[in-house]
Design a binder for this molecule. Structure first.
Ligand SMILES: N[C@@H](CCC(=O)N[C@@H](CS)C(=O)NCC(=O)O)C(=O)O
Length: 332
């Protein structure tokens, strides 16, 4: 991998020890969360099969209790129960016996994407031509300086787009739309039946907790809206200043920067399951007219159009062999 920093790994193994190892992947997610969409997209992009254990907010505390981090994440918010959470376990028992490799645990979307790029991207330097051709292009490219630029854009989107879209959309969905719209987010098979029941029955309480915990109110939502507008304008300028031809954020190929922008920004331009988003989300048109107008305004920008194009051209479908996992007698 040419990305700047190595992924944080829990346990004693390193990314290098497991390079090209036969690993099986479990993703623990909050199904409709955009940071989780970013991790899912990276897995799907590299065609890495995974089992996704999905949770709904608040229920995720129970799902993640045995998988919680030692400390709260230092950037991007979140608690010890933060998702996405990816576990990579060695598959081949004989390999395990001769050279034991501990499970690799990654609980940050950027680290997940870096790790997968390290493991599964085409690497012309080390692969024979046929293998390199079959493998997807490295989302961080094969050039160190370009990788650093990609990573810095990715970090910016993680900080400036992700939290503000979450706040603004929760504001619209939990506070400003009819409660049937907020309730619907926990339904449509976004998690196991018991979680769906809890979300539906206790929706007013869950809404109250989320609104207070995430400081969702008129003032904070308007601030997030302003920030999003500015960010979309700036990203549009970057895209418009690029070389002629298909516009990408860096160079002329789809990279981790485009994937991050599209996965984190998709919800606010109305991307949904039909476009390839990996969970059910209410249609934009169920929001109140002011919100629909704001989403349409962002969608009309060059950045918004780029997000829509990235979904069309690069989202693809679930990695073959992937499935949903359930616990508690298939109820959770
Ligand atoms: N910077 C982190 C952010 C992850 C994040 O904010 N995850 C949210 C979902 S949108 C979450 O799991 N929140 C629940 C919690 O922290 O308990 C990443 O890129 O993975």
């Amino acid at each position: 991998m040419t990305a700047a920093s190595a992924p944080e790994i829990t346990g004693t193994s390193t990314a290098d020890q497991s390079k090209k190892a036969n690993l099986s992947f479990v993703l623990r997610s909050i199904s409709f969360s955009h940071y989780n969409e970013k991790a899912r997209w990276a897995l799907d992009y590299y065609k890495v099969p995974y089992v996704e254990y999905r949770s709904l907010p608040i229920c995720h505390i129970f799902s993640m209790f045995n998988h919680r981090a030692k400390e709260r994440p230092t950037t991007g918010g979140g608690t010890k129960f933060v998702t996405p959470h990816l576990t990579a376990t060695p598959l081949n028992e004989s390999a395990q016996a001769s050279a034991p490799i501990e499970a690799i645990i990654l609980n940050n979307s950027t680290k997940i994407m870096q790790f997968l790029s390290n493991q599964y991207a085409a690497s012309p330097k080390t692969m024979d031509d046929a293998t390199a051709e079959a493998a997807p292009m490295n989302l961080y490219t094969d050039d160190e300086a370009t990788a650093t630029k990609i990573l810095s854009l990715e970090e910016r989107f993680d900080k400036m787009i992700g939290p503000h879209i979450r706040r603004y959309l929760y504001y619209e969905l939990l506070l400003k739309s009819p409660s049937s719209v907020g309730r619907s987010m926990g339904q449509h098979e976004n998690a196991g039946p018991l979680q769906v029941l809890i979300w539906t029955l206790f929706f007013p309480l869950i809404r109250w907790i989320l609104v207070n915990f995430l400081h969702i109110n008129d003032v904070s939502a308007m601030r997030s809206k302003d920030i999003l507008k500015r960010e979309f304008e700036q990203i549009s300028r970057v895209l418009e200043s690029g070389p002629p031809g298909p516009a990408y954020l860096i160079g002329n190929q789809f990279t981790a920067a485009d994937l991050t922008l599209a996965s984190l920004g998709g919800l606010v331009v109305g991307v949904n399951e039909e476009d390839g988003y990996g969970a059910w989300i209410p249609k934009k048109d169920n929001l109140r007219p002011e919100a629909v107008a704001f989403c349409n305004e962002l969608k009309a920008t060059t950045a918004g159009q780029h997000i829509v194009e990235c979904y069309k051209l690069h989202r693809g479908s679930k990695a073959p062999g992937s499935r949903y996992g359930f616990s508690l007698f298939s109820l959770w």
